[in-house]
Design a protein around this ligand. Structure first.
Ligand code: GLN
Length: 541
């Protein structure tokens, strides 16, 4: 069974969350569910895209650099969604062209239709098979009516034609409530439905995203005009948290409606953990104020926040788990650089400081200053990837006195390259082979006994996801250890440093990997829990 989720009227209304929420509710009914994301751009994956263009890249277990929606699927469905579940126009064309080059089409003319949609369908089926799924949710990026996703909609039409009873179309559409009118308007969505009809598809369910709950009058009107019953029009008003959406849909019997339409076996449980979860996260607990020190991404008059989405989610999961209330603030590392004397004003009120992943030299000095502040003032510090590299540079500069210590990503000439390019990376960069060539995906890490990391994880061997080109330079390992920076997590051959900890500090831990990718609402990541616990304790002291 395949459920296509397509967007109408405008993008950015949360199709990913809708897809993930429907998926998790169907999973609760005893069905095996997986989810596929289709991005209409020509980039082969999200890895080489600027965060301003794309937001944070989500790395799958098997090392694909994908869209953040894949993260939502993993968080909501509590499954690992593999590489096959992600495709872009570029990836689809690349496969078709490579197949043609190796005579895979047996000398036939290869055409945009049907060969491109056929490749899309074969990828959807491969994802379905890889997860042995009863239901595959397929989210088509963008909105209907755009030139770019026509071939994906054509794939949906071809699948629906072949198996009319096994394919559903869900339209997630925006319903504006213009301030000048004070009334919810259905017409833009009616037009969106017309566009869906034009490509030969008919929505089976319309999810109406809006600031308000759609009322019965408009449900009836929209249903009448779009050939649907009123109960097939689902209200999706703005809610305080994305984790409120599953219980919102459950109340409107979305899983039952879908199960009936698809005629599959599945029984909705009397109780759903999402209902309780959605209550829990809104209970006021002790506030914990975490500052994410990173570089800002601004576009025009707007500043983008979702470049660290997984980090924010992971912080929330851990904080809710400890029955506290997260207060996450953004700190522009360039501001620290500009006003170094004001660092206590900028960082002083925080219970914890986190430096997330990053690339390039902008804002790096401010990050290193933030690490120094956290170390000296005993503020819990958690570094992720670039955040570990910054911590290493800080200790090298300010404890060992190597004032020029740096990563060669920022300063190629430094005499103390405490972070340097991994061996296999040199050639790749020389050949400008940037796409998909970092150290990506899941790798093992062994934890030293007696370390904080080992205590938090509760075992010796962990698998974590990576996305980096540079690494801790082993030449400096002993000297950095003697300075107090302990390498407590390493690759099994002990060559790569994966976790560093600074002793005699309430919490100073940094990882070369990205633990945020593995945090789930019901299963927060142990390192994040440890960090938030330390942050809560700081406040009490
Ligand atoms: N820029 C650093 C590297 O490539 C860190 C990457 C990251 O933070 N994801 O190693």
């Amino acid at each position: 069974m395949t459920i296509f989720v397509v967007g109408g009227v405008m993008s950015g209304v949360g199709k990913g969350v809708v897809t993930a929420s429907i998926g998790t509710l169907l999973k609760e009914c005893g069905l095996k569910v997986t989810a596929v994301k289709i991005d209409p751009y020509v980039n082969v994956d999200a890895g080489t895209m600027n965060p301003i263009e794309h937001g944070e890249v989500f790395v799958t277990k098997d090392g694909a650099e994908t869209d953040q929606d894949m993260g939502n699927y993993e968080r909501f469905l509590e499954v690992d969604v593999p590489r096959v579940n992600y495709m872009t126009t570029g990836a689809v064309y690349q496969t078709v062209i490579e197949r043609e080059r190796s005579l895979g089409y047996g000398g036939k003319t290869v055409e945009v239709v049907p060969h491109i949609p056929l490749e899309v369908i074969s990828r959807i089926r491969a994802a379905q098979e890889a997860s042995d799924a009863d239901v595959t949710m397929v989210e088509i990026g963008g909105t209907v009516g755009e030139y770019q996703n026509v071939l994906f909609l054509e794939a949906a039409r071809m699948m629906k034609r072949d198996e009319p009873h096994n394919v559903l179309i869900v339209l997630v559409s925006y319903m504006p409530v213009p301030a000048s009118l004070g009334e919810m308007k259905t017409k833009p969505t009616q037009y969106a439905v017309k566009l869906v009809n034009e490509v030969g598809l008919f929505p089976d369910l319309i999810v109406t995203r809006s600031t308000h709950v759609i009322d019965d009058v408009r449900k009836a009107k929209l249903g009448f005009n779009c050939g649907l019953k009123a109960e097939d029009i689902i209200a999706a008003p703005d809610v305080p948290s994305i984790y409120d959406v599953p219980s919102l849909f459950r109340k409107q019997h979305v899983p039952e409606i879908i199960i009936n339409k698809l005629k599959i076996r599945g029984r909705c449980p009397i109780k759903s953990p999402w209902v309780e979860f959605s209550k829990k996260i809104h209970r006021k607990g002790k506030p914990v104020r975490i500052g994410i020190v990173g570089k800002y991404f601004s576009t025009g008059d707007f500043v983008l926040g979702d470049v660290y989405l997984c980090v924010i989610e992971a912080l929330k999961h851990a904080t809710w788990h400890l029955k506290a209330t997260p207060e996450i603030t953004w700190i522009n590392s360039e501001e620290i650089e500009k006003k170094p004397k004001e660092i206590s004003r900028i960082l002083g009120k925080l219970d914890g400081i986190l430096i997330p992943g990053g690339f390039g030299n902008r804002g790096v000095e401010g990050k290193i200053m933030a690490v120094k502040y956290a170390r000296e003032h005993k503020v819990p510090y958690f570094g992720l990837c670039y955040g570990m590299q910054m911590a290493t540079i800080e200790v090298a500069r300010n404890i060992l006195g190597w004032t020029d210590a740096n990563t060669t990503e920022v300063d190629k000439q430094t005499k103390h390259p405490v972070i340097h390019l991994m061996n296999e990376q040199e050639e790749r960069l020389r050949n400008t082979s940037y796409g998909g060539t970092m150290r990506l995906g899941e790798y093992p890490c062994i934890l030293q006994s007696g370390s904080l990391a080992r205590r938090l994880y509760g075992h010796e061997f962990v698998m974590e996801r990576h996305r980096h080109r540079y690494e801790f330079n082993p030449v400096y390992r002993e000297r950095l250890e003697n300075a107090g920076l302990h390498c407590v997590g390493t690759s099994p051959d002990n060559n790569l440093v994966e976790i560093v900890e600074f002793k005699n500090h309430p919490f100073f831990l940094a990882t070369q990997f990205h633990p945020e990718f593995l945090s789930r609402p019901f299963h927060p990541h142990p390192l994040f829990v440890g960090f938030i616990k330390a942050a809560l304790n700081k406040k009490r002291a």
